[in-house]
Design a protein. Sequence first.
Length: 198
Amino acid sequence: MKKNLIIMTGCPGSGKSCLAGGICSRFPELELISYDSIKESYFDRYGFDNAVEKTRLNNKSLKEFYRILDGRMEKGKSILIEYPFCRKHADTLKELAEQHGYSMVTVLLTGNMRSLYLRGLRRDDNDQRHPGHLLNRYHRGQPVLKEDWIQAMSFDEYVRMCREKDYDIRLGKTIAVDVTDVSSVDIEKICSEIETAL
């Protein structure tokens, strides 16, 4: 794999991190860059006291994500990025790929919206989920108050958010994967399609 960018996107709760790990196992030359991991490191480093500060921190971590991606592309690395990339990210990703001469493949995770919504709720209820995603005030090591928690969105709000953000960005060759039942997803088939596309 030479100068290839694999973009894994889909609605929150679609299983991107899990499937990205499986693809990277199949292609060990891929470097995985997770925007969420960068956000989490910023949550821990800086903390935030309200939704406005959190948004500012999210914007700062997005700039850092693009800086890291640009640096890896400058070195000609094969890269997989995973996040709910949506319409607002598409132009910058396309510009970076064109600037560095990268081929793109989008792995677009789709499925039954209620199934994805419920999976997202289970993920947020997991101890492995970084609390910064779920709070409007967070400082590493400090106690969390009841009023700091963000109320989980309803199913209707989730559907509306997904439609408004539009995760169907389709940069380069697009491989659509139905993840309604993530346990039945054939990673080998996805990897074969990636290999063919590249």
